[in-house]
Design a protein around this ligand. Sequence first.
Ligand code: MLT
Length: 411
Amino acid sequence: MATLNSNYLKLKAGYLFPEIARRVNIFAEANPEAQIIKLGIGDVTEPLPEACRTAMIKAVEDMGDRATFHGYGPEQGYLWLREKIAAGDFQSRGCDIDASEIFISDGSKCDCGNILDIFGKDNTIAVTDPVYPVYVDTNVMAGHTGEANEQGEYEGLIYLPISAENNFTAQIPDQKVDLIYLCFPNNPTGATATKEHLQAWVDYAKANGSIILFDAAYEAFISDPQLPHSIFEIEGAKDCAIEFRSFSKNAGFTGTRCAFTVVPKNLTAKAADGSEVELWKLWNRRQATKFNGVSYIVQRGAEAVYSEAGQAQIKALISFYLENAKIICDKLTEAGLAVYGGVNAPYVWVQTPNGLSSWDFFDKLLYTTNVVGTPGSGFGAAGEGYFRISAFNSRANVEEAMKRITDNLKI
Ligand code: MLT
């Protein structure tokens, strides 16, 4: 009989968001009249920017004419999009990133997992706790961990606790780690990192030969002009970091699918024979073998993000969600809850009241207010006693959810 990848059997029951959906479905079936408001998964609700839609419609028309039809595109993405990204997201902020270092993909969740294809099996890996579960689960699947303990922590991973005490920014470890996942603005806590904090990580990574896997999917939500948007704004980062970006949250592409990963050309890791090899070459080889690129139509839509109209429209979208986040922070504070994040990020991280566990608070909120959030413990053991509320929803739903919470939740 064929054998399976038994690493999958180490995974905890289900991926967090399907598990939430399962519980919500049970509730909805038993309470068909309930008007459930979902502030759980960070999925956008507002329509695609007009500039993107117009560009995609035009691209569909291109596909209907032999002269402008497109078959397979470059696996790395079309150069016209990569050049816009290099100029618009990096060079404009003083980062020395070239179009050839940008790889277009169908999502940064996918890339965060796929990147492990090009790393060895014996790296020591550090994640924050709480953390976006994809970093952990993909390492489990790849066989980089042992079994999980009762708290759900996997043997072999190094967990760096983040909490209100350290402003949700991890302390640089004393020991040497090879791969470090950082996410700023942070999912799930909504925390941000200063240039100084990121510089400390880059200095650590350079001193130890480590690679930082930097998830900047939420960078567009940074409104504080002092905060860096990219790890490549930090001196020396091109020697030690890979960055993941997405059009999902800034331009509403969660259902459309487009993202990109930046792998600097000079970034190297050690081969078994001790030689240093450029990771760019391996990632390029990996993509060319396992990926056929994002559709021409979607890439044209993403390109429109960099037009004048596109920029204005995504700014308006981001401001809209940030205003939602502010309403959530204000109302929950008024209700007596301790809240974090939600200022330069679309997530509000809430301490559960009266010592309730994260899942107990999830149930209480669902059953008393019909509002869905995400239990902090789903992001790691140190997330226990916290709860994440997403600002991705309509204004009416956010206001209604907050009204239900302030009216009904006795804290
Ligand atoms: C979340 O809710 O954490 C997001 O949906 C993550 C993602 O974009 O995959």
